[in-house]
Ligand binder design. Structure first.
Ligand code: G4P
Length: 535
């Protein structure tokens, strides 16, 4: 195998998703710790600092008022080169979070053992499920009182429509948490809490070993044997193919904070996931091992340096090898370009890199030429990666410039920021040129918009919140059909027909109920939750 092939083969690129507080940061830190990328695990007390260290970039952006990024971290573990895409929690939640998932090949879903599936888990899961990427579940905080493991698995299946296969089974929880039973090799891993060390102290013992009762107590042993029997009888078989297609989620129980089961989880995860996956470009499939370089832009980050107005475009390398300063073809721009100042986030630091491979994420300086979803490929090639879907915003404002004389700057700024993908903008047939409806997934995006219009375009905003929370694209079956007018539709008072700047028509709704109302009364009207997507 060439070096080139082995470099790609050893890469794993995944996102960690969870509802805030389930333990995503703690688990990420433990991964980094095992990989030797950081020296000390975040202890409860010191965690705030450690968190700042690993997500420094995010903090800086926060201070500057930019949308919080989903940071990317790369580290090495037992021969693997691992790229973790972090997705921010709900207060920082934005479209970036969704788009980041487009760059991942699999996802680790962290669930709080006491809480089960939560609102944010559902949202993020939905996006992963759209792409059928493998989802591995880590049920965390077993060192605290947790819900019944059978009930937790059932909830995952029921709420997310995903089959589960428990890879290990917890023995007790809270103070009584003794470890896990590894179903693969029939052994019990008895853990001893060890917060700081790189590896938890774990003793392995056969289920049949009489010494097990001494270790975990007779009652716990008997209960475990009963539960395993029940589990073997009731659960579906392990099927790697279904795992790889996101239909069956391997479930692991553990505790990130106390290091129970984190390393076995990481090892199994690496064993069961694949090297970087191919991507579709229309009728073509671009394989990671193709010799030619290709990548797509999934995120654009504007830098708040007013003097330079520089931006960073984040791209996921789909195939081949990236070499600094080599010429690539930017399909949407129709030009050959050199990607300058390529950067990669290695654990805590941003580094200028010389080479990167399929599966890696790089950030390059963007002189204002890239948009979300753009394709880069080797000169001479002309394929286009399938577009990144536009996600339905959940918060809307009507905005205009306080100073009507600044209408031009206002529109230019709003359009520019929308083009970067930081906001979505809409208009109604009645909106004059001076007014725009802005939709965002996370409210932080409004703050970013206001900040940037003020600092970059010298425009103060007048804002009015709109009561809408849902948006649906109107699917046009016939491209030639004329645009719909409000009078063509039966709409309740809390729904509104709008248009985006590409001419697509959409409906805004204040409630789920009114979506249903419109669907029931407008036969033939097809509504879609994601725009521009082809899966
Ligand atoms: P997040 O990134 O998903 O938002 O969660 P994070 O890792 O920040 O963890 C949220 C809280 O849960 C933290 O406590 C963290 O220490 C705790 N935690 C994470 N994993 C475990 C676990 O396995 N067991 C227990 N008992 N707790 C866990 P905090 O008090 O909110 O944060 P801090 O004040 O300790 O920084």
């Amino acid at each position: 195998m060439s070096r080139y092939e082995s470099e790609i083969k050893r890469r794993r690129t995944f996102a960690i998703i969870s509802h805030p507080d389930a333990g995503k940061t703690t688990l990420t830190e433990k991964f980094l710790l095992y990989g030797g990328a950081i020296a000390q695990a975040g202890q409860v007390k010191g965690k705030k600092n450690t968190r700042a260290a690993t997500s420094d970039w995010m903090e800086i952006e926060k201070q500057r008022g930019i949308s919080v990024t989903s940071s990317v971290m790369q580290f090495q573990y037992e021969g693997y080169c691992i790229n973790i895409l972090d997705t921010p929690g709900h207060q920082d939640f934005s479209e970036d979070t969704y788009r980041t998932l487009m760059a991942a090949d699999s996802a680790v879903m962290v669930i709080d053992g006491a809480k089960g599936v939560e609102a944010q888990t559902r949202k993020l899961f939905k996006v992963c499920a759209m792409r059928d990427i493998p989802i591995f579940t880590f049920i965390n905080k077993m060192d605290r009182e947790a819900r019944d493991p059978f009930e937790l698995c059932e909830e995952l299946e029921h709420e997310l429509g995903l089959d589960t296969y428990a890879m290990n089974w917890p023995i007790g929880c809270g103070k009584e948490f003794k470890g896990v039973y590894d179903r693969n090799n029939g052994r019990v891993i008895h853990f001893t809490s060890n917060t700081n060390a790189r590896t938890a102290t774990a003793t392995e013992i056969e289920l049949e070993d009489p010494a097990l009762a001494d270790l975990i107590g007779q009652a716990k042993r008997d209960q475990l044997v009963d539960e395993i029997e029940l589990l073997d009888g009731a659960s579906c078989d392990f099927d790697l193919d279904r795992v790889r297609h996101g239909k069956l989620s391997p479930v692991f129980f553990g505790s990130a904070l106390t290091n129970f089961g984190v390393e076995p989880f990481l090892e199994e995860f690496l064993r069961l996931t694949t090297a970087p996956l191919p991507r579709k470009a229309g009728d073509e499939v671009i394989d990671s091992f193709d010799e030619d370089f290709s990548a797509f832009v999934f995120k654009i980050q504007a830098n708040m340096n007013k003097a330079h107005r520089d931006r960073i475009a984040f791209m996921r390398i789909v195939s081949g090898k990236f070499e600094a300063d080599k010429e690539v073809y930017h399909l949407q721009g129709g030009k050959k370009i050199r990607l300058s100042r390529p950067q990669q986030l290695m654990a805590a630091e941003r580094e200028i890199i010389e080479e990167a491979y399929a599966g890696d994420i790089i950030g390059v300086f963007d002189p204002g030429i890239f948009s979300i979803g753009d394709t880069l490929c080797a000169p001479g090639k002309k394929f286009r990666f399938d577009p990144i879907p536009t996600f339905a915003p959940e918060h809307f404002q009507r905005i205009r410039s306080v100073d009507t004389m600044k209408r031009k700057q206002f529109l230019k700024g709003v359009e520019q920021i929308a083009q970067e993908g930081a906001i979505q903008i809409f208009k109604t047939p009645y909106t004059g040129m001076e007014e725009v409806i802005v939709g965002v997934v996370g409210t932080l995006q409004f703050d970013v918009l206001e900040y940037r219009l003020r600092s970059e375009y010298n425009v103060e905003l007048y804002k009015e919140s709109l009561p809408f929370e849902y948006l649906r694209w109107i699917v046009k079956e016939d491209e030639e059909a004329p645009a719909l007018r409000e009078e063509d539709l039966l709409l309740p008072n809390d729904a509104k027909l709008v248009e985006d700047y590409k001419g697509n028509q959409l409906l805004l709704f204040a409630s789920q109920w009114s979506i249903q109302w419109v669907q029931d009364r407008n036969k033939g009207l097809v509504l879609a939750e994601f725009g521009g997507a082809k899966f």
